[in-house]
Ligand binder design. Structure first.
Ligand code: SIN
Length: 485
């Protein structure tokens, strides 16, 4: 990995403005999933370092929250510029540790940076209210930073899932201690280095990489100084963190698992639907929470859809993400590939037909063939569970009512998509889908300006948009009486 700026390659923890080894000198390995090559040994911090970072965050926040919003936001602007100036290095680091193709990494750096820019602007617009009162007093609602925030972020988007939490937190005057995923700490460490170069005062944003997620996560959820925990990851871990947060009644934001349907009605524009479903399914090799998990196609258009979809999948160029010709990279670990294969095998055992792929790839132990399954049904694991890999089961339905019922037949509710040219149906189905986000004739729904988040067991809270500030703010009511004295 030849970085233009090799000093962005960091392997220590960043605590209270200092690069430090772990107290016990412990490290953990980071591998390139495409090659299996060891690319770094990163400091693995424990309880003491996490506690130190939290204590120092509280101290640092005292003067940070007192600054004018504009001063805080100017530092975020500088950070945004530095991220964009270093996009190539950040993308290289990301592809090396995460596996996604370089073009996707570059896209994620720009996407991640857009949250910094957005919240640098929105942070200046934290308005309160003066509430009309009938009596001789004035009622005022002001918004204040919630306090020290702990964040736990995933490996599938090693940059953007961080910036969309830390940028609003810093913009409104909070401090953050972040635990990045053990698979992808290098992107987080490079990001915090750039934040520090932008002039962010020490202690406001500490990064505590670890292989001991349970010790660090417990401290983050149990420490009374931490007022809010924000997490992106699995529903299973999210539930555990919420339980742990209950003892100190912390606020939580949870962006958890999904089971997104893409419904294609007979009246859809077929080419648009195929293109949208391909992106929704195979972006990041199927490893996003909003990936199409179930493609549900009406019977009149089913065969034509499958034919076009499979033809496109067969054109994919699987390989090492560092190779510019690669369209799709590996999955994150060998274990992930094995889990994906077991879901495919279970579907085949229950009658699914493999229309493409269906097996490991000979490119390496983290590679799985882009797969399409037909003759699938709602009793199969591939209907009920998040696949988190490049496998597209294509289900068949007859009526609109049946499609909605299939789409909602899951405990998850993050993103759903559907394709139709019928205006009435666009409204009806949008309103009937039990999801936090709905794409109509569109699957590329993410951006910094929209409220990203789910309902049901997909989580709570919204990231991005004007609503993304709310999760880092408390409302305080001030009653002013005695006005006539
Ligand atoms: C995710 O997988 O949760 C993030 C996807 C996105 O922001 O588009």
């Amino acid at each position: 990995m030849q970085l233009k700026d090799p000093s962005l390659f960091k392997t220590q923890a960043f605590i209270s403005g200092q690069w430090v080894d772990s107290d016990k000198g412990e490290t953990f390995p980071v591998y390139n999933p495409a090659t299996g090559e060891l690319i770094a040994q990163v400091a693995s911090v424990g309880l003491n370092e996490t506690r130190r970072a939290i204590n120092d965050a509280q101290t640092a926040m005292t003067s940070w929250r007192a600054l004018p919003a504009k001063t805080r936001c100017d530092i975020l602007e500088r950070w945004y510029n530095l991220v964009l100036e270093n996009v190539e290095d950040l993308a290289l680091l990301m592809t090396a540790e995460q596996g996604k193709p370089l073009f996707e990494s570059r896209g994620e750096i720009a996407y991640g940076a857009s949250f910094i820019k957005w919240f640098a602007e929105e942070g200046k617009r934290v308005y309160g209210d003066i509430i009309p009162a009938a009596s001789d007093r004035r009622s005022i609602a002001i918004k204040q930073p919630i306090g020290v925030v702990a964040a736990i972020t995933p490996w599938n988007f090693p940059n953007a899932m961080i910036t969309r939490k830390v940028a609003p937190a810093l913009a409104v005057g909070c401090a953050m201690v972040l635990k990045p995923a053990a698979e992808t700490p290098l992107s987080a460490l490079a990001l915090v280095e750039l934040a520090s170069r932008a002039g962010l005062p020490p202690g406001l944003f500490s990064v505590v990489p670890t292989r001991d997620a349970s010790t660090v996560g417990s401290e983050m959820t149990l420490n009374p100084i931490v007022k809010k925990v924000t997490f992106t990851g699995s529903t299973q871990v999210g539930k555990l963190l919420m339980k742990q947060c209950a003892d100190t009644v912390k606020r939580t934001s949870m962006e958890l698992g999904g089971n997104a349907p893409v419904i294609v009605f007979d009246d859809a524009d077929l080419d648009l639907a195929v293109a949208g479903a391909l992106v929704a399914k195979y972006r990041n090799s199927g490893q996003t929470c909003i990936c199409a998990n179930r493609i549900i196609v009406q019977e009149g258009i089913y065969d034509a859809f499958v034919e076009k979809f499979v033809a496109a999948v067969n054109q994919f160029n699987i390989g090492n993400g560092l190779d510019d010709t690669t369209s799709h990279g590996p999955v994150i670990t060998k274990k992930a590939a094995i889990d994906i294969h077991s879901k495919v095998q279970s579907a085949i055992a229950e009658g699914a037909v493999v229309a493409s792929g269906g097996d490991f790839s000979e490119l390496g132990e983290c590679f799985y063939q882009p797969t399409v399954l037909t003759n699938v049904n709602d009793k199969m694991q591939v209907f009920q569970e998040e696949i988190f890999g490049p496998v597209a089961p294509i289900f068949k339905f007859t009526t609109e009512k049946e499609a909605i019922s299939m789409a909602n037949d899951t405990p998850f509710g993050l993103a759903a998509y559907f394709y139709t040219e019928h205006m009435g149906r666009s409204w009806r189905v949008s309103e009937a889908l039990e999801y936090g986000m709905v794409g109509v004739n569109e699957t590329a729904i993410s951006s910094e300006v929209i409220p990203f988040g789910g309902v049901k067991e997909s989580g709570q809270g919204r990231e991005g948009s004007k609503y993304g500030l709310d999760d880092y703010l408390e409302i305080k009511y001030i009653c002013m009486g005695g006005l006539q004295r």
